[in-house]
Design a protein around this ligand. Structure first.
Ligand SMILES: Cc1cc2nc3c(=O)[nH]c(=O)nc-3n(C[C@H](O)[C@H](O)[C@H](O)COP(=O)(O)OP(=O)(O)OC[C@H]3O[C@@H](n4cnc5c(N)ncnc54)[C@H](O)[C@@H]3O)c2cc1C
Length: 544
């Protein structure tokens, strides 16, 4: 049997595994990614890419490809029969997000674009994980190949192998949850009269979701209350769907040229732990839920974006393992919340009692036009409100700072700056190039007071933990010569529109350290620079 070694083994090349591989490749970490299938899946499964995931794709340098290949939708409409109940308007989030829309793109294209971000032939196909052992901090993975067997040893392994995860089974991690007792029919088809928008229509008989994609196709999802349990067709046909649509949808929908017809029974489950020793779970291997709101793939990709830099830095800088524990602590509650939300929405949207339907419809008509409610709901659907400030890791920073405006664990939106030569540069493009960004919000004239302290903090941190902290001076003033602000030989950027104040809530005199996945690590004041070093070194498990 062949025996090989790598630093990180990724099992499964779906969206979660590929997003993780993209990060590891960018950090130059030794990794392998295997998949049991001979080729990429052709199925369009996840269609909706949400704004926070687009931001993550921007961090990987892939957002342009996703925007070119997808179709942006700014609204989702909700009807009860022909009665318009509400419009969910994603432009509400434009104050804090550069992608105020959902990008509709078939999962097969998403996987293709993610794979294009890797060097050629990185995904090793027809490689099936069959066994997993951990001895003295080393993972031994048994893999069945087209032409034999291989044992891959690795420092870490990540099971991105989907809902029926072999990794999870081999680790004996419980995957608990329940069926939501709802049978769903699905088809990607052409409509005789195509639609222009994404809509969800309910009636007393069921629910219909329509999402046009790639110009000619429409995703049609149907829940027919009369075709449930034993009455659900064994193999769904277009005729079954058309019959149900005729009963539920207020106008005739004629379906033809199906690309994919499928069915599933909605359920939700979550792994009790996302980590066992040196093996992690991400994506559907760690959580599944019903497809309302199109959240699953988005959560999986964001799991990968949370774990990737932590694994890369742990391997490259020999960091303390506590950083890796923050993965479960941060990501498990996110999936837990999505499970609660989607189960609640499924119950609400499939309510059958007359009074229940009336109350739901009135509630939607009354609440959703309210701008605050709209913004809150859209931010939540868009996953822009994912926040890690509740974890003990984030809370550990509180004792090091008196500044409470922005908390460790808050999302960092993108911000545009200008160089003194008036070239535009975005915060996210800098995150692509550098490890941790250390923004020093500087004002003219106060540089001498804190420069020495900043210099000491950076040197103290980088010499202990690794060359990871990159200081950047940001000023709201227009300057021609960086030396007006700093003589530290650091980069200086101007934020003349004070966008970092509007989006990130920082003002001159603040300092913010930003994680590679665009969350705040620490926000403090320039007068507390010595505390910054202590806080960071503590976080990375080193001592001063
Ligand atoms: C009909 C439908 C509609 C959906 N719509 C949306 C949506 O709009 N938005 C959204 O966010 N989500 C949606 N989802 C959910 C989304 O498809 C999943 O959340 C997503 O595929 C999870 O990605 P993943 O990489 O974690 O797992 P998967 O996509 O399942 O990938 C797992 C990979 O692991 C490989 N693998 C499995 N076992 C092994 C093994 N033993 N060894 C090696 N390789 C292995 C598989 O071949 C596969 O390539 C939808 C799902 C369905 C079914």
């Amino acid at each position: 049997m062949q025996e090989t070694h790598t630093d990180i083994l990724i099992i499964g090349a779906g969206p979660s595994g590929l997003a993780l591989a993209n990060q590891l490749e960018r950090y130059g970490v030794r990794y392998r990614i295997i998949d049991q299938n001979k080729e990429r899946s052709r199925y369009s499964k996840a269609l909706v890419m949400h704004p926070r995931t687009l931001e993550m794709m921007d961090l990987l340098g892939l957002s342009e490809s996703f925007l070119q290949a997808g179709t942006p939708y700014k609204e989702i409409t909700f009807h009860y029969n022909e009665d318009l109940l509400a419009v969910l308007d994603f432009t509400n989030i434009s104050v804090s997000a550069d992608f105020p829309f959902v990008n509709v793109i078939p999962q097969s294209r998403t996987e293709e674009i993610l794979e294009s971000g890797l060097s050629p032939h990185r995904v090793e196909r027809e490689m099936t994980l069959t066994g997993l052992e951990q001895k003295e901090g080393v993972v031994h993975a048994s893999v069945r190949k087209a032409n034999g067997e291989e044992t891959i040893t690795a420092r870490y392994a990540v099971g991105c192998d989907g809902a029926h995860s072999t990794t999870r089974d081999l680790l004996q991690i419980p995957f608990t949850g329940e069926s939501e007792e709802v049978n769903v029919m699905l088809a990607d088809v052409k409509l005789a009269a195509p639609k222009n928008d994404i809509s969800l229509t309910s009636s007393d008989r069921g629910l219909v979701f329509l999402a046009p994609f790639q110009g000619e196709y429409t995703r049609v999802i149907v829940i027919d209350y009369k075709k449930q349990g034993d009455d659900f067709p064994e193999e769904v046909t277009l005729a079954d769907m058309e019959d149900s649509l005729a009963e539920i949808y207020p106008e005739t929908l004629s379906l033809h040229d199906p690309y994919w017809i499928s069915s599933f029974s909605a359920s939700h489950r979550q792994a009790s732990s996302y980590r066992e020793g040196n093996v992690f779970l991400a994506g559907d291997a760690a959580h599944i839920h019903n497809p309302i709101g199109g959240q699953g793939m988005n959560v999986g990709i964001q799991d990968a974006m949370n774990l990737g830099w932590k694994l890369a830095y742990t391997v490259q800088h020999n960091l303390n393992e506590t950083l890796l524990d923050s993965y479960h602590a941060e990501r498990a509650p996110v999936a837990e919340e999505v499970i609660k939300k989607t189960s609640y929405l499924m119950k609400g949207m499939t309510i059958k009692s007359h009074y229940g339907i009336k109350a739901r419809n009135q509630g939607m008509k009354w609440l959703l036009p309210n701008k605050k409610v709209q913004t809150k709901i859209t931010e939540n659907m868009a996953q822009l409100d994912v926040d890690y400030s509740f974890t003990k890791f984030a809370k550990s920073f509180r004792k090091f700072t008196n500044v409470k405006k922005v908390e460790s664990g808050n999302r960092v939106p993108d911000v545009s700056f200008l160089t003194p030569a008036k070239e535009e540069k975005t915060l996210y493009s800098m995150l692509r190039e550098e490890p941790f960004l250390y923004l020093i919000m500087a004002g003219r004239g106060d540089a001498p007071q804190y420069q020495e302290a900043v210099r000491n903090a950076v040197v103290a941190f980088n010499s202990r933990v690794g060359d990871m902290l990159k200081p950047l001076f940001i000023t709201f003033d227009e300057v021609d010569d960086p030396r007006e602000i700093t003589d530290m030989n650091s980069e200086l950027y101007m934020d003349l529109n004070e966008e970092s104040n509007e989006r990130l809530h920082v003002t001159p005199g603040d300092m913010v350290v930003i994680r590679p996945d665009a969350y705040v690590l620490l926000h403090t004041s320039i007068t507390e620079t010595d505390q910054l070093t202590k806080a960071l070194v503590n976080y990375f498990g080193h001592s001063l």
